[in-house]
Design a protein around this ligand. Structure first.
Ligand code: PMP
Length: 384
């Protein structure tokens, strides 16, 4: 049996050995980081070292980092009514881009009738003019735009978004989950107010993430209340092993980022040239805008994502559909729908996402599988 080829790194990544070691070491530590005794101090040191590593990997001050159970929780914590910059009125409505992750689209703690959607263009990039029109209404809004999209990889114009939001006295949240470890992120320079990340997309364990909260942001209500952990922003005894693993993964991700990006980009080029060579009518979404170096979302005439994903799986290749799977039903991708793709195209997106262990041979295997599958899954008269 040939080895399986994992090309779904945007869904999750394997645990890095450094992260595993840090998790195992932290599991041996008994102390509660909130305790004053020696055991507590030992645990607190692990917590603070991880905080330093995560902050450094994101160009942030350590005391802006709030550890959460993952980016879903970070997003729910970020999206609460009330935050504002010093001297500004609290936000009372939420604007989310149409291509956000479901945990942002759900609106966190905002009432449904307080949530508006900012459209994207055909390339999957947020429409700044339309966003500004939404921002022009009163009262000031909390705006959530992701740094890069998890399905297409399209990088969003965050510096422009920040400028627009600042000009309208709003607050800006950035979901940086797919971009983390792949492009340079500097929280201070970005000048966003709140930013979410997740460990399991960069080689850390699942179930741990963080929200970065700018120092001059006021009024962000905790979602979990009780103890005073994380400076009162997130109650509950910390997931020390997860946090330790996150810190270790963040340090490696920061050190390796440029090499990793170059590695992925070269392999992706090979993949995309190959896909088009096999089926001339292959469409690569967001092809003409800056994208994450590891992500390709493609389709071809007649392709059904659910059938293609199973076909690839049977060939030993793990890829995913651009569509969200819920309760066994494959829905058309909300990202592709927002980009103006008709229902046919929106049901056909296949996402291939690469990682640090991906090899040229993996890409060759994926292309062999595509050649086999295309014969039956792609509409014949469109094939070249
Ligand atoms: N935001 C984005 C863009 C994501 O891709 C994900 C993970 N699929 C999340 C948030 C949620 O992260 P977590 O799995 O840590 O809850």
């Amino acid at each position: 049996m040939p080895q399986r080829v994992y090309l779904d790194w945007n869904a999750t990544t394997p645990l890095r050995p450094e992260a595993r070691d840090a998790v195992m070491a932290a599991l041996e530590v008994c102390g509660n980081p909130s305790s004053v005794h020696g055991e507590g101090r030992r645990a607190r040191k692990i917590l603070q070292d991880a905080r330093l590593a995560v902050a450094a990997s994101l160009g942030a001050e350590p005391d802006t980092v709030v550890f959460t159970s993952g980016a879903t929780e970070a997003n729910v914590l970020a999206l609460g009514p009330g935050p504002h910059r010093t001297g500004m009125p609290p936000v009372q409505r939420l604007i989310v881009s149409a291509i956000e992750h479901s945990s942002v689209l759900a609106g966190g703690r905002f009432a449904r009738d307080r949530i508006e959607t900012a459209p994207v263009d055909r390339a999957g990039v947020v429409d700044l003019a339309r966003l500004d029109r939404l921002l022009a209404d009163q009262p000031p809004a909390l705006v959530s735009v992701m740094l890069a999209n998890n399905e297409t990889g399209a990088i969003q114009p965050i510096p422009d978004v920040v400028k627009l939001v600042r000009a309208r006295n709003g607050v800006i949240h950035v979901d940086a989950v797919p971009a983390f470890g792949k492009i340079d992120i500097n929280f201070k320079k970005m000048d966003a107010d709140i930013l979410s990340v997740s460990a399991h997309k960069i080689g850390g364990p699942k179930g741990i993430g963080a929200l970065l909260v700018a120092k001059d942001l006021r009024g962000l209500e905790p979602a979990l209340t009780g103890g005073g952990q994380e400076k009162g922003r997130r109650a509950g005894t910390e997931n020390l092993a997860g946090i330790a693993g996150f810190g270790a993964a963040a340090a490696v991700a920061a050190t390796n980022r440029e090499r990793f990006a170059g590695h992925c980009e070269a392999l992706r080029r090979r993949l995309e040239i190959g896909l088009k060579r096999i089926v001339g009518s292959t469409i690569i979404f967001s092809e003409d805008v800056p994208r994450l170096p590891n992500t390709t979302l493609f389709t071809a005439p007649g392709l059904r994502a659910e059938t293609a994903v199973i076909g690839f799986d049977l060939e030993g290749i793990a890829v995913s559909s651009g569509s969200a799977c819920s309760s066994g039903k494959v829905q058309p991708s909300h990202v592709l729908a927002a980009m103006g793709a008709g229902p046919d195209l929106a049901r056909g997106g296949i996402r291939v996402s690469l990682g640090w262990e991906t090899t040229e041979n993996d890409i060759n295997r994926a292309l062999e599988a595509w050649r086999k599958l295309a014969g039956t899954l792609v509409r014949k008269n469109d094939e070249t």
